[in-house]
Ligand binder design. Structure first.
Ligand SMILES: NC(=O)c1ccc[n+]([C@@H]2O[C@H](COP(=O)([O-])OP(=O)(O)OC[C@H]3O[C@@H](n4cnc5c(N)ncnc54)[C@H](O)[C@@H]3O)[C@@H](O)[C@H]2O)c1
Ligand SMILES: N[C@@H](CCC=O)C(=O)O
Length: 545
């Protein structure tokens, strides 16, 4: 066995390829899209390294083209969740004994596979399965996932290097970072393949074994990510991928004595129910499970009268409409001073009119479909209500069409009431609500921004006046876990802006950071004494002579 203090490669953010006309990457991506569309993929679960097929098949269709069948996946039940836990626990002893540098090597290789031979495949799967355009897929399933893997390996070594600074005379103090006792449950959302890949791999990297359940609407790309982990050399049973209904998975997992932690990203309601269930079952577990959850948002853009209107416009339209507003960080409520409203409105209408909407296979489309019919219907309902409600005006968009795919036009709603429902609730779609305030009321508006929603995920302020920037930065310190000045509230980059929110938006354990990885280990302090005392008496107890 090799012995040494190993350094890992210094991580750099994976460069974002541009997919411009006639570029090599564009040709490779087009070929991968054609290949994926030309066949129907049969997708198994992966339990203990084996492909598991139940014959209970669920269809996968592109959200922008629901008549096309991409493939089917094998749906499981409670018995598959139990089998996945057994497989994880069977793999545990060998995995946690594996020297860390070998764990690191597996995930560094996975990053290289994604950056190279799997890049087009994973991007094509994310584009088709989740209706992301080429750029949005590239920054997610390629770059962000690669960054998560490489930066997490680096942070892992920093965690291992942290040792007590002091060892007294004749003593050596050290700290060992043990994997959790039991298995970790990774429960992942539809909207980011990077998050789907990061939640199981970050816990596994720290020596844990994992049961991973993705959203049904993300299974198509999850399958590719699992193939990458396997090809990178991940031993059987370390990550077990199952497709079951959420409550069924929860019923088995949250009643298991070896349940040691959940790594969740998804909606606030689901997370709160999970937390309650874990609380009710706390006496059943061998340890106190780690509960890590990044959840919903109602992300704001607050525009100060000193703002540059072009900066404000781009922050709004990119922040609100990239990936159809289906980012937890998406700008969904904006506060705009009356003095700037005409200029900003004119720019938004001008630019949104040039957005092309349609399938991802046509690279001219900036806007694609929302994820499924349930989301489409929900968004259509809010838009219909906005058309009827008093004090509410549709500024642009407002149309939708489900004949070919789940298409909702980018929609801007202006409201008279800053507490109108679409200013408060997370809609998770291409709908931006704006409240136009009197410039003299700016001070009150800062409080409204802070108090309007239960969430505190992301927020942006747009201003040139430095006093205003300083004031808003301070007063909105609890309103967002990721706070942007003169930028859109989306697009955090691993290693640069660690991501996560507080209040109703989650436990703020910052995905892709040391803080997050620390949740997947349990430190053991070891004190070794070289010359231990052999007499209980303190020196002062000795008789004076
Ligand atoms: N804060 C963040 O970092 C972040 C990132 C991405 C998405 N999100 C949030 O995720 C949500 C969108 O994703 P989604 O629609 O996939 O979320 P979701 O909550 O519907 O689903 C997340 C996961 O939980 C599972 N699930 C659903 N109901 C369950 C139940 N009752 N018991 C157990 N599991 C259950 C789903 O199958 C899925 O795997 C939005 O609210 C968004 O803001 C947050
Ligand atoms: N980290 C992403 C959002 C993830 C949630 O959907 C961003 O910063 O835009």
């Amino acid at each position: 066995m090799l012995k040494g203090f190993f350094n890992v490669p210094t991580p750099q953010n994976e460069p974002v390829l541009n997919y411009g006309p006639r570029s090599v990457e564009r040709a490779a991506l087009k070929a991968a899209l054609d290949e994926a569309r030309s066949k129907q993929t049969d997708i198994p679960m992966y339990i203990g390294g084996k492909e598991v097929r139940t014959g209970n098949l669920q269809e996968l269709r592109p959200p922008h083209d629901h008549q096309h069948l991409l493939g089917k996946f094998h749906y499981g039940d409670a018995s598959h969740v139990a089998a996945a836990i057994d497989a994880a626990l069977a793999a545990k002893a060998d995995w946690e004994e594996m020297p860390w540098e070998h764990r690191a090597a597996i995930f560094l290789k996975a990053a290289d596979l994604l950056a190279g031979p799997y890049r087009a495949k994973v991007n094509a799967a994310t584009m088709l399965g989740q209706s992301k355009n080429a750029y949005q897929a590239e920054i997610d399933s390629a770059c962000e996932l690669i960054d998560f893997l490489r930066f997490n390996v680096f942070y892992m070594t920093q965690i291992y290097q942290q040792q007590p600074p002091i060892s007294g005379k004749g003593v050596w103090n050290r700290v060992e970072q043990r994997p959790l006792e039991g298995f970790v449950f990774a429960l992942t959302p539809f909207n980011f393949s990077a998050i789907a890949g990061n939640l199981p791999s970050s816990a596994a990297m720290m020596g844990n074994v994992v049961v991973w359940k993705p959203a049904n609407t993300q299974v198509y790309a999850a399958n590719v990510i699992m193939q990458v982990f396997q090809e990178a050399g991940l031993p059987d049973g370390v990550i077990n991928l199952v497709y079951v209904d959420g409550p069924t998975a929860g019923e088995v997992i949250f009643n298991h004595p070896d349940f040691a932690g959940i790594h969740f990203t998804g909606s606030t309601g689901v997370f709160q129910n999970i937390w309650k269930t874990i609380g009710n079952n706390i006496h059943k577990y061998k340890t106190y499970p780690r509960i890590v959850g990044e959840t919903g948002g109602k992300d704001f853009v607050l525009i100060h009268p000193s703002a540059d209107v072009d900066v404000a416009n781009i922050a709004l339209i990119r922040g609100a409409f990239e990936y159809q507003g289906q980012k937890c960080s998406a700008a969904s409520r904006a506060y705009i001073p009356k003095s700037l409203w005409p200029a900003i409105k004119e720019r938004m209408q001008r630019d949104i009119a040039t957005f092309k909407m349609g399938p991802v296979e046509d690279f001219e489309n900036f806007i694609n479909a929302v994820i499924d019919e349930k989301s489409f219907d929900k968004l259509a309902k809010y838009i219909d209500a906005a058309k009827k409600d008093k004090g509410v005006e549709i500024i642009t968009g407002g149309n939708y069409d489900k004949s070919k795919g789940w298409f909702i036009e980018p929609t801007v709603i202006k409201v008279d009431d800053p507490h109108y429902v679409t200013m408060c609730e997370e809609l998770f779609g291409p709908v931006l609500t704006v409240y136009v305030y009197d410039d003299k009321d700016f001070d009150k508006v800062v409080d409204i921004v802070d108090n309007t929603s239960i969430y505190a995920l992301t927020g942006a302020i747009i201003a040139q006046d430095r006093y205003a920037i300083a004031d808003m930065t301070h007063r909105l310190r609890n309103a967002a876990g990721n706070f942007y000045i003169n930028d859109k509230p989306t697009g955090a980059v691993v290693g640069q802006q660690p991501f996560g929110g507080a209040r109703g938006s989650g436990t703020n354990d910052k995905a892709g950071s040391m803080i997050n990885l620390l949740r997947w280990v349990s430190p053991r302090t070891i004190k070794e004494t070289f010359d231990p005392p052999k007499d209980y008496r303190y020196p002062f107890l000795q008789k004076e002579i």
